[in-house]
Design a protein around this ligand. Sequence first.
Ligand code: PLP
Length: 388
Amino acid sequence: MKLAKRMSRLGTETAFEVLAKAKELEAQGKSIIHLEIGEPDFDTPKNIRKAGVEAIEKGWTHYTPAAGIPELRKAIAEYISKTRGIEIDPKEVVAVPGGKSIIFFTILALVDEGDEVIYPNPGYPIYESVINFVGAKAVPIPLKEEKDFRLDISELAGLITDRTKLIIINSPQNPTGGVLTEDDLSQIAELAKKHDIYVLSDEIYSEILYDGEKHHSISKVPGMKERTIILDGFSKTFAMTGWRLGYGVMPVELAEQITKLMINSNSCNAGFTQKAGVEALTGPWDDVRGMVAEFTRRRDVIVEGLNKIPGISCRKPKGAFYVFPNITGTGKDSRFLESYLLEEAGVAVLSGTAFGKYGEGYLRLSYANSLENIKEALSRIDKAIRAL
Ligand code: PLP
């Protein structure tokens, strides 16, 4: 077929490819432990499921306003106002089918061909993919282990040019579990203001933080609300990945443009999904707290186990539900270990390079799996690495 040229610039998410390979091996009767997938293994909390079912029964099965039903936009505005310490109007909120759409829509709406976008590397692969897709220049900022996977502010300053339109930050971060400090955020904000740059702040893991760590949003820094797009959603916090509901919070002028992109692509989110979203934000949060407590237990077990394996060292993530162990001591590269562990040990993990070139020397393991499976995976990895 004669495809449009831009399609050759669009990337993908390796997680889905590894998942397909792992499923193929399972179909052949091989036992596989899945540590490649970025989704909570918990069920969506019961009150939320019930709200969704009731909404279907009550006829919430038609088109809704493109930016979301007023009740949902209001609930999101109140939640963001409270958790970020800023005043948000429902008009600044656009509900979309998953936080991922906010990456796509924000870049489409703000970035022209030839503009430059700075993004974290290793980082969520969709940033680089969409930046390239629109014909902009993708400028990676390396996240380094010795900085606890936070970005280096002076390095960031050095990457800014007069073509830089947007900086993407992600805290807590996928794949490293790194968290930006308040001081990092205020320094990034200073640069953004000085050079008139927008910031896409991916805060999808804001509720999954450990050891009493508090979430900070760059939007709270004075002068930043008007140049920040907050990306958040329901997938991770409420174990609602399959419902496809996320949102962006941004200046009204941009919200109107992103609503236009919604009209041109999805029309709207399902009404019953949005009603479930209202229940998620306004109902009890006990299940969310329970999930984070369970993630904490798993994190501690996986970090301790990985550090006992020769050639592997692993930092304790501060947020999200991934570990990003350094595997350079094994003498093997990331892609090799990704295949080797899947085929020889029956453990599906992702190569650090699935998150960009600066991910070489690392693997990403998701601990959104049971403690029992995590322990079995650790013992299989240990055996396989010793046999190298
Ligand atoms: N941002 C980051 C950093 C992610 O890891 C993900 C999902 O893995 C998303 C955004 C998108 O989440 P969703 O579209 O399911 O809301």
